[in-house]
Design a protein around this ligand. Structure first.
Ligand code: HEM
Ligand code: NAG
Ligand code: NAG
Ligand code: NAG
Ligand code: NAG
Ligand code: NAG
Ligand code: NAG
Length: 358
């Protein structure tokens, strides 16, 4: 009591903004988060498009409330964007010569691409030519994690979109494969400025979503990988009679749509689908982190948040290094100029019942 009444006015004035932040929102405090790289900032659109983050949040809520299972598709899309020539929206380009036809991209969900395109269309009508596709994807992935009951955090914005895209060879060379061992994974993540803790934390995204039979069938036939729990292996064999069948299984058999730490106890129990998951328990550089995250859910969420923000800033384009694409799936050089209408119609649309509950 004595202390509280003695707090000088100047200190209260200094503390008030951060106290307000804590009271107003349960979101992780920006102070603990990685500093934005040059050109990015927390709240980049506060002046140029103040509603940007809210619109992404509202639309993701509308997309995921009926069925949160789409969250995984958006989260993986962002990973593939960031690992191939940086988080620059290049994965969104729909071009037969581009990134989408590459082998690892064949299982990207078309529904996730459609979600990003719809959010972008809305943002173009509210604030034309202001919000990049790379940022739409970053913000949508952040919301997807939150909707799946993962951590909720601020993410730096200000990314620009790429003026080009990678070919299939480059995509394949930059994305780690499901057969990778820890050494290969550490090399891959290291080349993106991510360390062993980042590798273990980000792999935790496999707590949601699906894997197609062909991505893990080598662990079933001709011989069963002895690191697989026998009951789990048997169920995978039943579901996947061969590697070419277009069937997918939940990657987290315990809580398939919840963004929690069950992935790590699944590793310990021999109930993860990829070699790249199982290998993390075998290597002295990653084992302790797997065990720590398996035991402590909050440790997982804390480290995941930091690693995800680091990933979100890989080789970003800022300023005139890139542009703001009009349509996420098409380079501006191939788009005819869009005549934008006034905002009033769109503003009222945001208040229609379908968005009112967001
Ligand atoms: C560590 C190296 C990684 C490898 C080898 C890997 C590989 C894969 C593979 C093969 C699939 C299955 C795709 C399918 O069959 O449809 C998959 C799914 C997925 N991955 Fe990864 N991944 C890795 C890291 C990551 C990271 C860092 C994230 C995000 C932070 C991520 C998020 C996801 C998600 C959410 C899915 C489910 C997608 C869906 O349900 O559509 N992965 N991953
Ligand atoms: C959610 O969608 C997935 C596939 O998109 C489907 O398998 C699942 O049955 C749906 N769940 C509900 C509750 O509708
Ligand atoms: C990509 O473009 C082709 C041809 O325009 C179209 O048929 C296809 O649906 C598009 N794919 C996605 C994911 O938008
Ligand atoms: C793919 O792109 C890389 C890097 O730009 C280039 O070196 C390579 O020749 C290209 N490969 C093909 C098959 O086009
Ligand atoms: C990991 O895989 C690479 C490539 O197959 C191999 O050269 C290396 O020996 C493996 N490392 C371990 C520790 O198994
Ligand atoms: C794979 O299994 C499915 C279902 O049993 C079957 O329809 C399909 O023909 C099989 N494909 C191959 C290549 O064996
Ligand atoms: C989502 C998406 O664009 N997937 C593409 C991946 O690659 C295959 C094969 O080229 C295409 O048919 C898919 O459309």
């Amino acid at each position: 009591m004595q202390i509280r009444t003695c707090v000088p006015l100047w200190l209260m004035v200094v503390l008030a903004p951060s106290l307000m932040l804590l009271l107003v929102s349960p979101i992780a405090d920006r102070i603990d988060l990685p500093p934005p790289v040059t050109g990015l900032s927390y709240g980049f659109y506060e002046r140029s498009c103040p509603k940007a983050e809210r619109i992404v949040k509202q639309m993701m809520k509308a997309f995921l409330t009926p069925n949160v299972s789409q969250a995984a598709g958006v989260i993986r899309l962002f990973f593939h964007d960031c690992f191939v020539q940086g988080c620059d929206g290049s994965v969104l380009i729909n071009d037969t010569q581009g990134e989408q036809p590459a082998i690892p991209n064949r299982t990207l969900r078309a529904s996730a691409l459609a979600i990003i395109e719809q959010i972008k269309t809305k943002l173009e009508s509210v604030c034309p030519n202001k919000v990049s596709c790379a940022d739409v994807l970053a913000l949508a992935a952040r919301e997807a994690i939150r909707r799946a009951k993962g951590s909720h955090f601020h993410i730096p914005t200000g990314r620009r979109d790429s003026l080009n895209f990678a070919n299939s060879t480059t995509v394949l060379a930059n994305l780690p494969g499901p057969t990778f061992n820890t050494s290969q994974l550490l090399l891959s993540f290291g080349s993106k400025g991510l360390n062993a803790i980042d590798l273990v934390a980000l792999s935790g995204a496999h707590t949601v979503g699906l894997a197609h039979c062909g991505t893990f069938s080598k662990r079933l036939r001709p011989t069963v990988d002895p690191r697989l729990n026998p009951t789990f292996a048997e169920s995978l064999i039943q579901t996947c009679p061969n590697s070419s069948i277009n069937v997918a299984v939940n990657m987290d058999i315990v809580t398939p749509n919840k963004f929690d730490n069950k992935y790590y106890s699944n590793i310990v129990n021999g109930e993860v689908v990829f070699n790249s998951d199982a290998t993390l328990l075998e290597d002295s550089r990653t084992r302790a982190t797997v065990e720590e995250f398996a035991a402590e859910d909050h440790e997982f969420h804390h480290h995941f948040t930091i690693s995800f923000i680091k990933m979100s800033m890989i080789e970003v384009l800022t300023g005139n290094q890139g542009n703001i694409r009009k349509v996420c799936s098409v380079l501006n050089s191939k788009t005819t100029p869009i005549i934008t209408t006034t905002d009033s119609h769109v503003e009222s649309e945001l208040d229609t019942p379908s968005y009112a509950t967001m």
